[in-house]
Design a binder for this molecule. Structure first.
Ligand SMILES: [Zn+2]
Length: 258
């Protein structure tokens, strides 16, 4: 191999190594949805079930350190339904851009599971894209009181979203982690997104209780269990997904009251 050819090979190799992870023109979006993708240092998108991804964004919390927050992305042939924004505007913009540019889906619906920043913090990024934003009427009231724009599609107690062959059901079981927490059910995969009212297996407390209703929390979890008695996958608001044991684990934490 000539010296010139060697230099060419070296330059190409260096160029490939330097290519940022978010620019993957030679990787199909089918492949991109079958493995974990680190979109930014604080945002991961990984497969949960066929056609369903989990997005996880990270924040540094005082006294806690780096802490993750979960949401979902459902993929139809052309459209995406997103459950909860990423944690704040910047990470939500990164998430939405990843769905649009790398996964080639148009985001048409966003479900917000309560009015906290890890759920609704990126609502402006959704509204700018003319995404239909579904949230409880109480979430809309609380969001506007905090200076956020209101969701476009408020509902009283439950709703369903059908788009591009996908369906999610949204249900308010009663106050628990927040007065307006709703859970999301994906019937095709029997996935229950429990938001912050469901705790991960390694959680030893109920988490942020600033807006919580500990007295009604257990009844709200039981209402979820009665309505969706056999979930295959349960996704908590924070931490790793599991099975229905996350619901009984949460009831155990409520019984201790912490
Ligand atoms: Zn919350």
């Amino acid at each position: 191999m000539s010296a010139a050819r060697l230099v060419t090979v070296a330059v190409v190799l260096v160029a490939c190594a330097a290519r940022p992870a978010s620019v993957l023109p030679d990787v199909s979006h089918t492949e991109l949805t079958s493995r974990a993708v680190q979109v930014t240092p604080d945002l991961t998108v990984r497969p949960l079930a066929p056609g369903v991804l989990r997005h996880t964004s990270w924040r540094v919390l005082p006294d806690v350190g780096r802490f993750p927050s979960n949401g979902l992305v459902l993929l139809g042939p052309h459209e995406a339904i997103v459950v909860d924004t990423a944690w704040g505007a910047e990470l939500t913009e990164a998430l939405f851009t990843h769905i649009e540019r790398d996964l080639h889906r148009r985001i048409t619906h966003l479900v917000v599971t309560h009015s906290h920043d890890d759920r609704i913090g990126g609502i402006r990024e959704a509204l700018r894209r003319h995404v239909a934003v579904h949230a409880l009427t109480l979430t809309a009231t609380r969001a506007t009181a905090e200076g956020l724009p209101p969701p476009t599609d408020p509902f009283e107690r439950e709703t369903a979203v059908d788009a591009d062959g996908m369906r999610v059901e949204v249900f308010f079981p009663g106050a628990a982690h927040a007065p307006d927490n709703v859970v999301v059910w994906v019937p095709s995969q029997r996935i229950l997104f429990g938001t912050c009212m469901v705790r991960s297996a390694d959680a030893r407390s109920l988490g942020n209780l600033a807006d919580a209703s500990v007295a009604t929390w257990a009844a709200s979890v039981r209402a979820v269990m009665a309505r969706y008695p056999s979930p295959a996958i349960v996704v908590p608001g924070h931490g790793e997904p599991g099975d229905a044991s996350l619901l009984t684990h949460t009831l155990d934490l409520v019984a201790v009251g912490r």
